[in-house]
Design a protein. Structure first.
Ligand SMILES: Cc1cc2nc3c(=O)[nH]c(=O)nc-3n(C[C@H](O)[C@H](O)[C@H](O)COP(=O)(O)OP(=O)(O)OC[C@H]3O[C@@H](n4cnc5c(N)ncnc54)[C@H](O)[C@@H]3O)c2cc1C
Length: 409
């Protein structure tokens, strides 16, 4: 059941509030900015680092349409940024958003580390960051041999040996990139087969500089001032072994950058933003797009598609100033535990009890569905083994229950 909510914002008379404020200038945010600015909406993009997001850290993008020879991640993000700016989108870099607050008049206050900004609508595209492994030595050797970015740090390892941890697309592609510099790249994977795309695997297996360390998990980064080794353990034989490496690159999955949304926007159990199919979050007037959304594919093509849809929906909302309750929709998308969050979010932001009834009904429906599915141990085991970057299976990276340091790869 849908619910119409009409808010009291003066249509088209925003002197101090931006029409649209976008959080995060990765592919999703920059695409949303392009669409909103081209739609003649006052548009501001807030970015905690430099614009570009994860693709700015990617050496070569081969699977984004329109670039048959491939394009460097930096070039692609620079083009996206210029295209959005060309239509008038404003970009504020080195500006971290710390909170989002719905105001009584239906607008929003966005607090950054520098100021408070008002917005009539908000598009959330904060993306994800690399998951930490949590093993001894990982934090201590950041910048001294431990990295999550081959593109940034690979050239430091010319003539040396490095280890890459993971078995998905990122691990294999970045490992291949590191062979341009390093004499040897150990690829440490907890299974005996990779999860990366077939073409990436073919290339990796054909590369004489790649050595695969199967069925193994890292236990400790070794070194004194700088990294000198990586201790790994074979999960089948329990045998410990030290790989003689100067660099360790972790590609074991990602976590969404959504902590600033806790309690305001419905998130799933892993912190990904829940939306309906029109990118509407649990909060009327707030949309989400890209990797931070609970979606089944973390790729540039997906992020730009979602960014454009979120932008079109946000503009429709600005024109009509109404939206159906999305709390029930996000609850349905999530599961019973997450329906709780959606229910809370719906309750926190909508005064109409019908919205909560809807959410509660959804929660019951999901509970019944989950009850039927209980006992499916295999499915739960699979959930722990999260998909590679390009896989389309269960989207959000679940919390890794295995004490062994392994996760999405
Ligand atoms: C090593 C690597 C290689 C990849 N290669 C490919 C590839 O070849 N092809 C492909 O299609 N995809 C690839 N991807 C995936 C692709 O980069 C992502 O799917 C895409 O960047 C997601 O875009 P996004 O805009 O949702 O998020 P991001 O790119 O993560 O951008 C989000 C932005 O939001 C900012 N942000 C976060 N929180 C805040 C805050 N509180 N305040 C302000 N700003 C904030 C972040 O700094 C970031 O710039 C790769 C990813 C990695 C890590």
């Amino acid at each position: 059941m849908g619910l119409d909510i009409r808010i009291n914002l003066p249509k088209g008379q925003s002197t101090e509030a931006y029409d649209v404020v976008i959080v995060g200038a990765g592919p999703a945010g920059l695409t949303a900015a392009l669409y909103c600015a081209r739609g003649r909406r006052s548009t501001l993009v807030l970015e905690r680092n430099m614009a570009g997001g994860q693709i700015a850290l990617t050496e070569l993008v081969e699977n984004y349409p329109g670039f048959p020879e491939g394009i460097s991640g930096f070039d692609l993000s620079d083009r996206m940024k210029r295209q959005a700016a060309q239509f008038g989108a404003e970009l504020r870099e080195i500006t971290t958003v710390s909170s989002l607050t719905p105001d009584p008049d239906g607008s929003f206050t966005i607090t950054t580390d520098q100021e408070k900004i008002r917005a009539r609508t908000v598009i959330l595209s904060p993306g994800v960051e690399a998951k930490r492994m949590g093993i001894p030595g990982e934090a201590e050797f950041v910048g001294r041999g431990v990295s999550w970015c081959a593109t940034c740090d690979g050239a430091l390892y010319k003539g040396r040996q490095v280890a890459v941890v993971g078995g998905g697309d990122s691990a294999v592609e970045e490992g291949m990139f590191l062979t341009k510099f390093a004499d040897k790249v150990y690829l440490v994977h907890r299974r005996d087969e990779l999860r990366a795309a077939a073409i990436a695997q073919e290339r990796a297996f054909a590369n004489p500089k790649m050595e695969f360390v199967w069925d193994s998990v890292p236990r400790r980064v070794e070194g004194d001032q700088l990294v000198s080794g990586l201790e790994v353990q074979n999960v089948k034989t329990k045998e410990l072994r030290s790989l003689p490496v100067n660099g360790v690159f972790f590609y074991i999955g990602q976590v969404p950058l959504t902590s600033f949304l806790q309690g305001v926007i419905a998130l799933d159990g892993s912190g990904y933003i829940l939306t309906d199919e029109l990118m509407r979050t649990s909060q009327c007037g707030v949309y989400a797009a890209g990797d931070a959304r609970a979606n089944p594919l973390k790729q540039i093509a997906m992020a730009v598609g979602e960014g454009s849809l979120a932008a079109v929906q946000a503009q429709r909302y600005l024109d009509e100033l109404e939206c159906p309750s999305s709390g029930p929709a996000v609850a349905q998308a999530a599961g019973v535990a997450h329906a709780e969050a959606a229910l809370q979010a719906a309750g926190a932001t909508q005064s109409d009890g019908a919205a909560q009834e809807d959410a509660a009904a959804q929660k019951n429906a999901v509970a019944q569905r989950d009850g039927a599915a209980q006992g499916d141990g295999a499915a739960q085991g699979d959930a722990a083994d999260t998909p590679a970057r390009e896989e389309t299976a269960d989207a959000p990276a679940p919390v890794e229950p295995d004490p062994a340091p392994s996760s999405k790869d």
